[in-house]
Every structure is written in C-alpha cells, then in structure tokens.
Design a protein around this ligand. Structure first.
Ligand code: SF4
Ligand code: SF4
Length: 425
C-alpha cells in the first residue's frame, strides 16, 4: 500500500473503536505519569503493560485458553489448575460503554454496558474462548444472557444472595464443584491434586505480595499513590500471573526503600482517604484521579477491582482435590463484600477497620449511576461512618468525560474540610 493510499485509508469501525480506546488509555496514563511527584521506577512495568494491551492492543495469551470472567467470584485457582488463564471482563472504557448503550437501558451500570459493548464490537486484545457469568448482581446476570445471544459460549454460575447461612455456603460450594466439572469437560482437561495445589499456592503468593505492598501504605509517608495501586491491582485482571508477581515483588522492594527514606508520594499533610463503592477499572480512574489531584491520597480501598480481589487466603485442611475445591469456594464467598447480598455487615466493618488501620481522615464512597445496590447501600454505610465520627462523602459518577466540574468542586470541598478538621485537631 502506498503512503497516499495509507493516508486515505478508510478506518473500519473496529479500527476506529480501538483508536478511541487507545486515546482514552493514553490520556489517563499520561496524567498518572506526569501530574504527580515521581512514581516508583517499578511502576514502569505496569505503564508499559497498559500501553501494550490497551493502546497497541497486543495480545498476551495467544498460547492459552482464555476464560473470561464477568465478576471476581469466579475462582482463578480452578482456571489456572486447568491450564487456562482467567481474564476479567469488567471494563472501564467509555468507548465500549457507548456501544453497550445500544443493547442495555441507557440508565444501566456503565461497567456492565462497557462489558457488553466490548462483546458487541469484539475489540479484545485477548478474546475469551468461554465466558463465566456468576449470578451476582441482576445487571451482570442479564447481560450474560445478552452476550450468549451474541454467539459467545457462556456458563452461568449460581451465586447465593445471602452470605451468613450454612445453606448459602453449601449452595455456593455445589456451584463451584459444578463449574469445575463443566469447565474441565469443556476444556478436555482433568483437574489434578498437584495442579490445583500449585494454583492455590501461586494465587496465594500473589495475594501475599499485594498485602506486603498494601501494608506499606499505613506509613504516614505513604510510598505509593492510590491511582498507581489501582493500576497494579487492575493489571491482575489480565496479566500473566508470573510476570505480575515478579513486577509486584520489585515494587514492594522499592516501596520498602521509600519508607526507609521517608519518601512520601503525596504531601505530608495531604488528607488520607479510604475509597469504597463501585469498582474503579482502567481507564475509568476518574474519581481516584480527582481525589489525588485535589491534594489528598488514597491509602486504602474496599472495592472489587482492588483490595477485595486479594482478601482471605484459601485455607486448606486436606490437600485432596474435593477438599481443595470446597476451600477455594469458601474463600470467595467469605471475602466478598459486594452489596448484592441482603445484609452486608462485613463491608461496614471492613471500611471502619481500614480507616483505623490506615489512619485515614475520611471515606469517599462512589456509586456508578445505574448501580442500584451500591446506591441503596450508601445510606447504611453513611450511618455507620457517622456513628464512628468518620467523615464520608457520597458521589455518583459514570464513564462520561463530561460533567467533571461538579465532581471536582465536591471533592475539593471535601478534601478542604478534612484539612480544616486536621488543623483543629
Ligand atoms: S461490583 Fe459486585 S457484582 Fe460487580 S463485579 Fe464487583 S463483585 Fe461482581
Ligand atoms: S457496579 Fe453495581 S451494577 Fe455494576 S457490576 Fe457492580 S454491583 Fe453490578
């Protein structure tokens, strides 16, 4: 093709979508890289990873069967034990959210619309061979059916809506056993004791490294920004697990050195924030960015795109396949604090503990417009924080790049009020 032809080449819809997505990704990465104090050098691995996957659309897992997961409730240990890779399909692109609006009500959750939009336009770097859809929230459950109608192979995984009872535990265990059996048949792979044990150990080691990094954020001189932490944890959605482990190991070492040197990623007087609510997923890091650009720092979070993915390790009594599968199931149910449950006392307890342990000044609660459960649960979380004397702000947001003015004003006012509160103390 001559230069002239290339210049006049008409873009296909897919090329156009990919160009828009690359622009979204680049804009956010540039902000994170250049608008803050020196990021850790080890973050370069993650910046390059996002550029490769989301700006250049380079696949990472050509040689593997890819199991797309619609929610964190799909046990990664089982997928790895069957020689496949889990790819989390929760999506943060506004381009895909707009495409998804043709398939779902305009007031639906942007995360769900973006997930459906990506299937509709088939603009994956690593296209899933099979999709697992746990029946967690209603919108996820219904969107699974829409994706299946588009011709994708999909497996529903039944999930209980109560958490505390023995019945729900048994119900979920049965669901995980069934999932293991069906995935094993579908992939033509047998789950072995050795492989499952290895997978449990590997995912457990990734969790351990995350906690080692996370705990460093308790220091008053916090070594890493919240936006960088979201990049690290979001990368676990799609990265090769061995590479992720190696990169986080290097980041832990660098952050430990920063703590020793009393290097802080923010100003020493920047208010410390615990972030909770609908999950920030790259490149929709709009609210975390606004918080940190307003001179506050996110020191901990309670979201399913970050901290919640690494909660509760698998605890195995007997290393036999069936016992291990049940133990894996227990870890996922116990660790989940998504508001899809009828009662969700664990979530409130966890937020309060995070505020205390990480010496936070306040909580930011974000709900996506269209997510009823996060919207509905905000009142009880606000009440619980009020009882503890913890300042909290509730924000509603979506993936649209417009309407930033009001969000910015509210966040800046909240940060200012936290600074005043500190001065008075
Ligand atoms: S918000 Fe809840 S339902 Fe949605 S992906 Fe996260 S854990 Fe799953
Ligand atoms: S943010 Fe709400 S609607 Fe969206 S996936 Fe999570 S629980 Fe479902």
């Amino acid at each position: 093709m001559t230069k002239e032809m290339r210049e006049h080449k008409i873009e296909t819809p897919k090329e156009k979508q990919n160009r828009h997505k690359a622009m979204e990704a680049k804009t956010v990465l540039q902000k994170i890289k250049h608008e803050f104090k020196e990021p850790p050098k080890a973050m370069d691995y993650f910046y390059n990873l996002y550029e490769s996957v989301h700006c250049r659309h380079e696949p990472l897992h050509n040689d593997k069967i890819k199991v797309g997961t619609m929610c964190i409730q799909v046990p990664a240990e089982i997928v790895y034990a069957l020689d496949a890779v889990p790819i989390r399909l929760c999506n943060g692109f506004y381009t895909d959210d707009e495409i998804g609006s043709d398939f779902l009500p305009s007031k639906a959750c942007p995360l769900v619309k973006a997930t459906v939009g990506q299937f509709a336009s088939d603009n994956f770097s690593d296209k899933p061979d099979i999709v697992i859809s746990p029946t967690t929230c209603d919108q996820k459950a219904k969107s699974g059916a829409i994706i299946e109608e588009m011709g994708y192979k999909l497996f529903d995984m039944e999930f209980p809506r109560t958490k505390e009872s023995e019945e729900s535990r048994e119900y979920w265990r049965r669901s995980v056993r069934k999932f293991t059996k069906e995935l094993s048949t579908d992939l033509g792979k047998k789950i072995t004791r050795k492989k499952l044990k290895e997978a449990i150990k590997k995912v457990g080691y990734a969790q351990h490294l995350y906690h080692k990094l996370n705990v460093l954020r308790k220091n008053i001189a916090t070594p890493i920004l919240g936006v960088d932490m979201f990049l690290v944890t979001n990368a676990f959605f799609f990265d090769k697990i061995d590479n992720w482990i190696e990169a986080v190991d290097a980041l832990v070492q660098e952050c430990e050195q920063r703590v020793e040197d009393e290097f802080s990623a923010a100003h020493k007087r920047s208010p410390r924030i615990v972030y909770t609510g609908s999950p920030p997923i790259f490149p929709n890091l709009k609210v975390p960015l606004l918080i940190e650009l307003s001179d506050a720092i996110i020191v901990a979070d309670e979201t399913c795109s970050s901290n919640r993915m690494f909660n509760d390790m698998v605890s195995v009594d007997e290393w036999f396949v069936n016992d291990m599968i049940d133990s894996v199931a227990d870890r996922y149910l116990k660790g989940c604090t998504c508001p899809i449950f009828t009662k969700n006392e664990d979530r409130k307890r966890r937020i309060i503990d995070l505020v205390k342990d990480y010496k936070a000044d306040g909580v930011v609660y974000q709900a996506f417009a269209g997510c009823q459960v996060y919207e509905m649960e905000q009142r009880s979380v606000l009440d619980a924080m009020e009882k503890e004397g913890i300042p909290i702000i509730y924000l509603e947001s979506d993936y649209s790049p417009s309407h930033m003015g009001q969000l910015t004003t509210r966040i800046e006012a909240f940060v200012e009020s936290l600074k005043n509160r500190r001065r008075k103390r």
